[in-house]
Design a protein around this ligand. Structure first.
Ligand code: ADP
Ligand code: ZN
Length: 576
């Protein structure tokens, strides 16, 4: 296929300009659209805002015009269905949806349009698609050669490894079984290797061509800071960088959402709470206000955001660690859809690491599932702790090598040449971070951190934990101590609790006076992040794992970032 040869006459390009009023396809859209019009299956990975909708809307129109019938779009997002159908009708494309918001009469009216072959596109919720009624209709369309295309939006919902698993999506493999000759296009903005393989397997997309667009969001600046009075840090960040601008603050719990929103309001920041525990109409009202009004800050759990298309969100802040990099990337991806500079800012600390590890350990899930979750958490922690470019890390997690843009690249850059190798293509290749590449728009690139060799410090800390354990067992049975006591002992600080338990008599008392408390916290956090130290039980008792031996023996070098104080005042924006 050589799309360029036929471009002038291409029906796809004609539809793009006549119907949608656009002059050219973006990035991989042209290749995807041609492939699907020709009847091929496709799996499309494209970042949010990349233009996924046109990838099936244009083929839908072209195939309908070719007499091949209707396109059925499976989407889990009711709000998005409404928006898209409205927008299509506005440009003269006959489309409709079937979901739980329609009453019987309205649904029957849509069904009549479908049967009469008058619709170009039908949007359905996955659970609806599986009803015998709709299956019967599809079978009858198929018999008449009037079933043109299936589009499966938010395809990552089929994967249990992903973060939005939907039971109903598992049933979608029947589309291939019932209608093997009808082409299918599955689309998602979020899938690491594991999730991608899962999508291919569960949706039976083994023969689909894979199209991966660049996931880079060059206008988003990534900053991950160590927690130190996080609310104050957040307020300073908002005041210094985003006064009066729209943003989202993600918190890990409903309670924290409410508290943070109330506190921001008390500090004169226009903030609203959003979580699944609020009344449906409160949620709707807050969401509407956020979309319509300028400069509101939405404080939310991850219940907020899917399908929210607000172009001028200037920042996304995390006060708690997300579950994994996919979640982080999707959440932060809601910033700066208009292409103007935006911030992804996160504060994280030891407790986040400990809590996330514990949640996995204590969950009733199967061991295999936990293993995957731990691996994903490790990758996120590595991102948080890295002293290299955050963007290089992020993109390499999604299997993409960051390339420093050349100045004549027109944004948005076309995807890297990864498409077209079959659904699992490219996975076997090491996509490690591009050595030395720097994006120039993340905290580590803008303020390269000082690093120091923390190997010796780590050994001191580990031996102190060891002494604690021995001493504790001899004298106090199960009594145990957490991070605060450990650091006091290392630094040789005489407190009541230290003398009470005789910790000032330990051989490790005062062996780490050369480091500050925050440096010790960083060492400890890193050791927990690496799985060398675990915090157990109600009191967060610190214990060493077997892997810690390598560090104790000096076989592992540990390089850490030197903690830096947050710079005061507005940072200059680097433009290029
Ligand atoms: P996604 O579903 O990948 O998040 P959308 O399909 O909503 O992205 O597209 C994002 C925006 O980009 C929309 O406003 C859309 O109209 C616009 N867009 C997509 N493709 C093109 C194109 N080829 N030319 C101009 N605008 C486009
Ligand atoms: Zn960078």
């Amino acid at each position: 296929m050589t799309p360029t040869d036929t471009r002038a006459a291409s029906p796809a390009l004609q539809v793009l300009s006549d119907v949608f009023g656009y002059g050219a396809f973006r990035g991989q859209q042209a290749a995807i659209v041609e492939h699907v019009i020709d009847g091929g299956d496709a799996l499309v990975l494209m970042p949010t805002g990349g233009g996924k909708s046109l990838c099936y809307q244009v083929p839908a129109i072209v195939r309908q015009r070719q007499g091949k019938g209707i396109t059925v779009v499976v989407s889990p997002l009711i709000a998005l269905m409404h928006d898209q159908v409205g927008a299509l009708e506005e440009v003269g494309v006959h489309a409709a949806f079937l979901n739980s918001t329609l009453d019987l009469a309205a649904a029957q009216a849509v069904e009549r349009e479908v049967i009469a072959g008058r619709l170009t596109m039908l949007y359905v919720a996955p659970e609806r698609l599986m009803t015998p009624r709709l299956q019967g209709m599809l079978a009858s369309l198929h018999e008449r050669g009037q079933l043109g295309l299936f589009a499966i939006d938010e395809a990552h919902c089929v994967s249990q490894w992903g973060h939005d698993f939907r039971e109903d999506y598992l049933q979608l493999s029947v589309l291939h079984e019932q209608f093997p000759d009808v082409p299918r296009i599955a689309l998602t903005a979020t899938a690491d290797d594991h999730t991608r393989a899962d999508i291919v397997e569960r949706l039976r997309l083994e023969d689909a061509r894979l199209f991966i667009s660049s996931f880079d969001r060059p206008n988003i600046r990534y900053t991950l800071v160590e927690k130190d009075k996080p609310r104050d840090q957040l307020l300073r960040f908002i005041r210094d960088e985003h006064e009066g601008e729209a943003g989202i603050v993600y918190c890990g719990s409903r309670k924290k959402v409410e508290e943070t929103a109330a506190w921001l309001v008390s500090q004169d920041v226009a903030a609203l709470p959003y979580h699944a525990g609020l009344d449906a109409d409160v949620r709707r009202r807050h969401q509407d206000r956020f979309l319509r009004e300028d400069g509101l800050v939405m404080v939310a759990t991850i219940a907020f955001g899917m399908g929210i298309d607000k172009p001028d969100v200037r920042f996304v802040a995390h006060l708690d660690l997300p579950k994994n990099i996919e979640g982080y990337y999707q959440e932060t991806g809601r910033a700066g859809r208009d292409g103007a500079p935006a911030d992804a800012w996160m504060a994280y600390g030891l407790a986040d690491v400990v809590n996330q590890r514990r949640m996995i350990d204590e969950s009733p899930a199967a061991e295999e599932f936990k293993r995957v979750q731990r691996g994903k958490l490790d990758a996120l922690l590595a991102l948080a702790e890295t002293h290299d470019c955050r963007r290089v890390r992020l993109l390499s997690y999604f299997g993409e090598q960051y390339r420093e843009p050349s100045f004549d690249d027109t944004p948005p850059a076309a995807g890297p040449p990864q498409g077209g190798r079959g659904p699992l293509g490219g996975q076997g290749e090491p996509a490690g971070p591009t050595v030395g590449a720097r994006c120039g728009n993340c905290d580590n690139c803008l303020n390269p951190p000082q690093v120091w060799d923390a190997t010796e410090a780590a050994r001191k800390l580990l031996s102190c934990i060891y002494r604690f354990q021995q001493h504790g067992q001899q004298k106090f049975g199960a009594r145990s101590f957490g991070a605060g006591q450990l650091i006091d002992v290392l630094r040789g600080k005489v407190t009541d609790k230290v003398t009470q338990y005789g910790h000032d008599t330990l051989s490790t008392f005062g062996i780490g006076a050369e480091l500050s408390e925050s440096q010790w916290r960083a060492v400890l956090r890193q050791l927990v992040a690496l799985g060398l130290v675990v915090a157990e039980g109600e009191f967060n008792t610190l214990a060493m794992t077997d892997e810690a031996r390598a560090v104790l023996k000096g076989e592992v070098t540990l390089m850490l970032k030197t903690p830096t104080e947050a710079p005061a005042g507005r940072r200059g924006r680097v433009t290029r």
